[in-house]
Design a protein around this ligand. Sequence first.
Ligand code: 5GP
Ligand code: ZN
Length: 114
Amino acid sequence: MENCLFCKIAAGEIPSRKAYEDEIVLAFHDIAPQAPVHVLIIPQRHIMDAYHLEKGDAALLFHMFEVANKLAAELGIAEKGFRIVTNIGEDGGQSVPHLHLHLLGGRSLQWPPG
Ligand code: 5GP
Ligand code: ZN
């Protein structure tokens, strides 16, 4: 989608520190990490947010979690625990309207969020 930051990152038009890539998803390190490990997992195809997922996206959604779990193991945070978050819309704190999972770990995370 034109003028979408994460579509530009997926297309390689804006550089990112990649953690994983295939035809379906891209994972890259967040530019402003909120934890020692902070990776974003996005679909290569533009989907606005989790509210706009459709039945046909079931395999994609599973794959996004599969990649997040694989990276959690590779990046050494699986044993102690980690968080997978997706923000939706303004009140949800979403600043980039392209579906993404935040993979956060490497420190004790607080709950509830602010
Ligand atoms: P949201 O606030 O939409 O849930 O998450 C967007 C995330 O994208 C934020 O954590 C923000 O730091 C990250 N981000 C914004 N712009 C860039 C960028 O150009 N490169 C990278 N790697 N991360 C970005
Ligand atoms: Zn996009």
